[in-house]
Ligand binder design. Sequence first.
Ligand code: UN1
Length: 491
Amino acid sequence: MKKYDLYINGDWIESTAGEKFETKNPATGETLATFPKGTKKDVVKAIDAAERAFPQWKKYPAPKRGDILLKAASIARKKKEEFGEIVTKEMGKILAEGRGDVQEAIDFLEYISGEGRRLFGETTPSELSNKFCMTIRQPIGVVGCITPWNFPAAIPCWKLGAALISGNSVVFKPATLTPLCAAKLVEIFEEAGLPPGVLNFITGSGSVVGREIVENHRVKAVSFTGGVPTGVDIYGKASKSLKPVHLELGGKNPQIIMDDANIDLAIEGVLFGAFGSAGQRCTATSRLVIHKDVYDKATKKLLERTKALRIGDPLDPEVDMGPVASVDQEKKILEYIEIGKKEGAKLLCGGKKLNGKRYDKGFFIEPTIFEAEHGMRITKEEIFGPVLAVIKTSGYADSVRIANDVEYGLSSSIYTKDVSTAFRAIQDLEVGITYVNAPTIGAEVHLPFGGIKNTGNGGREAGTTAIDEFTEMKTVFIDYSGRLQKVQIEK
Ligand code: UN1
């Protein structure tokens, strides 16, 4: 079993306190590696290193920063199999999805490396003669990236890639459930030739490491993906130093099936959306909103297909769904299943923790489907597990009303053959992402990712917007008239 250290100023070093925690395989209970429990002092050291590295990195030509990210992408590509397996072992998603997570990291690094040759500002005419106006993008400084466990390769790369190409230096704190994937990424960036101090990696708890990153005045921006209460807490704490915070929080994503939909396709979609990664995605389908005229047909097919899903060790290529990521996840999901039963939702399938030889050492929960009334807690609150609430509706307006009547606004989907219904839904659904005839998951890296309402605070990561959260816009006026020109006064 490997013992990892912190990565500060280009060196792997021990934590000041020497305490450790273990990262484990959620399918087998096997310990994969140990990591330091970082302290406030460790974070301060990382910030010192990042601050020292920043002036050089800022001056490093952006296309060359891009070359390093492209190299990181190509190293990750070579290690895709091995890295995908680590994602599966540490987080619990099936191997195909582990590889997909790594592929998304590679895709994003390749995409964002090209931004080194863009980082576009604007030029615009001046209202005065012999004067030139433009905007340029500049890095912010030392930034903090705090990342979740559900996409332990892709989401850190969304943040690190965008922060680094923009010229920032970084303090990176991964989720405590997936430090190994994060360490693998750091090794990749190291091998790609990132100068010392530009990327610093501190493992440990949110309440110690995360808190210092957020509260320290020398960290100039923070990007966080995780739950709403933590996001709100971070936003509050960061406001004291007026630092910009990018938040990517939860979802309660609906898939609507209209009466004219291709039902087989829609059921295929919901299986992938609801039970892929055991439902542990911000974009997971957690509500299936079905038109009454096709309700019986669709739910019958859904149940048949769900009952045939094979649950087990995610390294086994025959398996469709692995464990949930931790004992805490398991507990929370099982509690929600009890809540669903108590509030009168009808359990259509699943609902139990799996027991027996293959399951006893892991956190396996059956794919679970409830027939629910809109308004029940299981139709409103994020569960982050393989639990789907099916809701019958009277038609388009009712479906959209229900889809929108939650606190979240991340992803959504509608299955219909009618182009007018599809376009109406694109306008009407109150979310950041809408899919037509495709599940609520499956975002591509070159498009903006994020949501409205309690899903975030307005920003979008990935895509063309990725660099907005990591750059400052500077406005520049150049007067070459040789005299004092008085704007607004000389009119
Ligand atoms: C998340 O849901 O937590 O769209 C991120 C998807 C992935 C990213 C999801 N590309 O499902």
